[in-house]
Ligand binder design. Structure first.
Ligand code: PLP
Length: 376
C-alpha cells in the first residue's frame, strides 16, 4: 500500500494514552478504578437548555443553517462578549464551531503558514500542538514559571521573526492557574510589538474561584489581533453537544468560515438552539456548578497539602496540578497499579514532574481517591 499522510503520521499519540488504556483494561477486569483523568463536568446539561433543543427539533430545525452559525446564536455570543468580556464584538466577528477544539483548529488553519511558529506556553492542553501541525506550522514551547504559573519577561526570549501566534489558556488546563493582568499585558505588549496574533482559549472562563477572569482581547487594542476561543462544554456541562465558538476580527473569521464551509458546514442546527437558551437563560445553573467545583477544589487541595504535596495555584478550571518527586509517568503507573486511581502525567502537557488530578467527579470518589493515594 502507498504511504499515508506524513503530516498526520508525524503527530505523536498523546502521552495520556498509556495510562488511560491501562485504566480501561483494569475496569474491564472488574477492578474498581477511580478516574481523576476526566476532562468534563460530571453534571447533566441543565433542563432549560435540553428543552430548547428538543423544541427546536420538534419545530423542524433540522436543516442546514448559515455556516457561521444561526443568527440567534451569533447575536447572543456577540452580546455576551460585549457585556462580559471587556471588548465589543458584532455577529460578523463570531463563528460557531463543533466545540472549542474545532475553533482552535480552524484558527490555526486560518492564520498559520508553513514556516510560521506558534508559541505554546507549557504546561499546555494536549491538542494545541497537533492543531498547529495539521495547519502546517511548527511549535515552540516556553515553560511558565512553575512556582507562580504566571508569565515574566523571559517570554520575550521565546519570540523570533517566525513567531506568528501565541496561545494563551486562562484558566489553564492542566494547571488550573488563572493569568493575572500583568501576565496578560506582557502577552499583549509582545503581540503588538512583534505583529503576532494571540489565540486566547477561555473555555474555563466561568470556572474561576479566587481570581477574576480577564479576557486578553479586552486589553488595549488586542481585540484587533486576538482570536478568543470559548464554548459551552465546561460552563454549561454540554461536552457532547459539540458547540464552541471563536470571536475575532472579521478578516480572520472569514478565513475560518471557509475552512468550516468545506469541512463540517456547521454544528447541528437544533443543538445551536440549545446554546442560545444557555446564553440567554438563567445563569444560576452556572453558578451552582461553580460552587460545587469550588467545594471539591477546597477539599482536594487541602487533602493533597495534608499529604505534603505542593500544588499549582488552583484558581480555576477543575484540575489540581500536583508536583511529584520522580518520574511522573512511573508515579501515575504506580498510583493506578497500587491505588487504583487514574491521573494524567504532566509529561502529556509538556511539564514532567507533575500529575493532573481532575476534581470533576463526586466528593465521595474524591475522598476515596485521596485516601488511596495517601496509602501508596
Ligand atoms: N480548550 C481546553 C483548554 C480544553 O480543556 C478543552 C477540552 O477539554 C477544549 C479546549 C475543547 O473543548 P470543547 O469540548 O468545546 O471542544
Amino acid at each position: 500500500m502507498r504511504r499515508l499522510s506524513e503530516k498526520v503520521a508525524g503527530i505523536a499519540p498523546s502521552a495520556t494514552i498509556e495510562i488511560s488504556n491501562a485504566a480501561k483494561r483494569m475496569v474491564q477486569e472488574g477492578i474498581d478504578v477511580i478516574s481523576l483523568s476526566i476532562g468534563e463536568p460530571d453534571f447533566d446539561t441543565p433542563k432549560h437548555i435540553t428543552d430548547a433543543c428538543i423544541d427546536a427539533l420538534r419545530r423542524g430545525e433540522t436543516h442546514y443553517a448559515p455556516s457561521q452559525g444561526i443568527p440567534e446564536l451569533t447575536a447572543a455570543i456577540a452580546e455576551k462578549i460585549t457585556s462580559e468580556n471587556g471588548f465589543s464584538a458584532s455577529p460578523d466577528q463570531v463563528i460557531v464551531t463543533c466545540g472549542a477544539k474545532d475553533a482552535i483548529y480552524e484558527a490555526m488553519e486560518a492564520v498559520v503558514n508553513p514556516g510560521d511558529e506558534v508559541l505554546i506556553l507549557d504546561p499546555a492542553w494536549v491538542s494545541y500542538e497537533p492543531c498547529v501541525q495539521l495547519a502546517g506550522g511548527t511549535t515552540r514551547h516556553h515553560a511558565v514559571d512553575q512556582e507562580t504559573f504566571q508569565l515574566d519577561d523571559s517570554l520575550l526570549e521565546a519570540v523570533n521573526g517566525n513567531t506568528r501566534m501565541i496561545v494563551v489558556n486562562s484558566p489553564s488546563n492542566p494547571s488550573g492557574a488563572v493569568l493575572d493582568e500583568r501576565s496578560l499585558q506582557l502577552v499583549a505588549d509582545i503581540c503588538t510589538d512583534h505583529d503576532i496574533v494571540a489565540l486566547s482559549d477561555e473555555i474555563y472562563e466561568k470556572l474561576v474561584y479566587d481570581k477574576e477572569h480577564i479576557s486578553l482581547a479586552g486589553l488595549g487594542d488586542m481585540a484587533e489581533r486576538t482570536i478568543t476561543i470559548n464554548g459551552f462544554s465546561k460552563a454549561y456541562a454540554m461536552t457532547g453537544w459539540r458547540i464552541g465558538y471563536a470571536v475575532a476580527p472579521e478578516r480572520i473569521i472569514r478565513q475560518m468560515n471557509k475552512v468550516q464551509q468545506h469541512t463540517i458546514s456547521h454544528p447541528a442546527t437544533f443543538a445551536m438552539f440549545g446554546a442560545v437558551a444557555a446564553l440567554t437563560g438563567d445563569q444560576c445553573c452556572v453558578e451552582e456548578m461553580r460552587r460545587e467545583f469550588l467545594q471539591r477544589r477546597d477539599y482536594v487541595i487541602a487533602a493533597l497539602h495534608g499529604m505534603g504535596y505542593r500544588t499549582a495555584p488552583a484558581d480555576g478550571a477543575f484540575y489540581a496540578y500536583v508536583k511529584v518527586e520522580g518520574d511522573d509517568m512511573e508515579i501515575a503507573r504506580r498510583w493506578l497499579r497500587e491505588a487504583h486511581v487514574a491521573v494524567t502525567p504532566g509529561s502529556a502537557f509538556g511539564t514532567p514532574g507533575w500529575e493532573r488530578l481532575s476534581y470533576a467527579t463526586s466528593t465521595a470518589n474524591l475522598k476515596e481517591a485521596m485516601y488511596r493515594i495517601s496509602t501508596v
